[in-house]
Design a protein around this ligand. Structure first.
Ligand SMILES: C[S@@+](CC[C@H](N)C(=O)[O-])C[C@H]1O[C@@H](n2cnc3c(N)ncnc32)[C@H](O)[C@@H]1O
Length: 383
């Protein structure tokens, strides 16, 4: 059985030891609600297991609202594989096999090591429009894996003047190993590339293959290695603290308890005082019919509770292929399950197609899903 836990850091405790103290609050329900372990969100677990050097490639995406290219850092897949092999943990053989063959193993490895096509669509969409970072309080990415859409918003946030209102990222993936070996390193790399490009690396030009050949449209990239030591980690945490950026990670299955971890009481005070917007992102998370209900339920609960929590706008962007051949999920199946989710009297689902990509291969769509409050005749979409 997989486990679920959350951890985070706010930069307040940058001198603390970086390993999390995990408190077990285990609950057991169905397959999607795993053992739940929560930790206090005041330090940066995972950094202690970062190797002293990570190999990376970069992805350059245009931020049309700002007329500039932003650089996102992604850890190389071969480097992840090396760390998996070096750690020699019991479940790593199967993760290595999933990583190498691109096979998903339901309820064990769900594909987060590599970047999937729709993640780039979603990143481009969030950069093509002003997502209103100045008014946004919280970005939640479900099934984040390499977290390219979040990295895009993170990079744009880093390009803004320091001292915006507090900003919170919640990154969730089924596999804690993905969060530790890919998501966290990618955030560190993206921060480093956007704030201090000139230190401790050797770079060379190279082609980006996105890990799975899915990023054929990718822009010209750099490759290199980043040396990681405590000075770098402390600089990262200090800068986040100065900018008011909090980052949290949650691993495990989608479930009501997962929603509690994302929007629990411990976050209410800060969020409700701001009254700013919440954006939920998800790319390639609706491929498996068996998890469509858990995903849809989680999405609706997040939208409802985030909207109730702050008076700001709450919406979601769900990017996916129209059809997942041989697996059974896809846009139609997702919409069918989503529309079956119970709503409260004054609620109505608002579903719009934000973008459609019809290049070669299976069509891809980004849906904007929000909850319309019929009692106030307002919609929880962004303004
Ligand atoms: C195909 S990967 C997509 C990764 C990334 N969003 C991208 O597009 O590159 C699917 C993601 O959904 C997450 N996922 C799948 N089933 C899940 C479940 N039942 N509960 C929580 N997360 C799940 C996995 O962790 C995985 O990262």
């Amino acid at each position: 059985m997989a486990s679920m836990f959350s951890f985070g850091f706010s930069g307040d405790d940058i001198e603390d030891d970086v390993d999390a103290g995990v408190t077990d609050t285990a609950t057991h329900t169905d397959d999607n609600e795993k053992n739940n372990n929560t930790s206090s969100a005041d330090n940066l677990p995972g950094t202690s297991s970062l190797p002293s050097q990570i190999a990376y490639n970069t992805l350059k995406l245009e931020s049309s609202s700002k007329n500039e290219f932003l650089t996102l850092g992604r850890r190389e897949i071969f480097d992840v594989r090396t760390q998996l092999m070096a750690e020699d943990a019991p479940d790593h053989d199967e993760l290595i096999s999933g990583l190498e063959q691109g096979d998903l193993k339901p309820n064990f490895y769900e594909g987060g090591f590599k970047t999937w096509e729709c993640a780039l669509d979603l990143a481009r969409l969030v950069l093509a429009t002003d997502q209103g970072e100045a008014d946004m309080a919280h970005v939640i990415e479900l099934g984040c894996g390499t977290a390219v859409p979040t990295l895009a918003l993170f990079a744009r946030l880093l390009s803004l003047p320091e001292g915006l209102m507090p900003f919170r990222f919640t990154l969730a993936d089924y596999n804690s190993t993905v969060l530790r070996m890919v998501t966290l390193p990618n955030l560190l790399l993206t921060w480093w590339l956007n704030t201090r490009r000139t230190t401790t690396t050797t770079t060379s030009q190279g082609d980006d293959n996105g890990g799975d050949g899915s990023t054929e449209e990718a822009q010209k990239t750099d490759e290199g290695e980043l040396d990681i030591d405590s000075d770098l980690i402390n600089a990262f945490l200090t800068d986040l603290a100065i900018r008011g950026i909090t980052i949290e990670f949650i691993s495990g299955g989608w479930s009501p308890h997962f929603v509690d971890l994302v929007l629990g009481d411990h976050h209410d005070a800060q969020a409700s005082s701001t009254g700013r917007n919440t954006l939920v992102l998800a790319s390639e998370t609706i491929y498996a019919p068996s998890s469509l209900d858990a995903f849809s339920q989680t999405l609706v609960q997040l939208l409802r509770r985030a909207q109730a929590r702050n008076s700001g706008k709450t919406t979601s962007l769900v990017a996916a292929k129209k059809v997942y051949f041989g697996v059974g999920g896809g846009i139609d199946e997702f919409l069918h399950v989503l529309r079956q989710q119970p709503l409260q009297d004054n609620e109505q689902l608002d579903i719009r197609e934000s973008s459609q990509v019809t290049s070669e291969g299976v069509g891809r769509i980004i849906l904007e899903v929000s909850i319309h409050d019929t009692s106030t005749n307002t919609t929880s979409t962004r303004t």
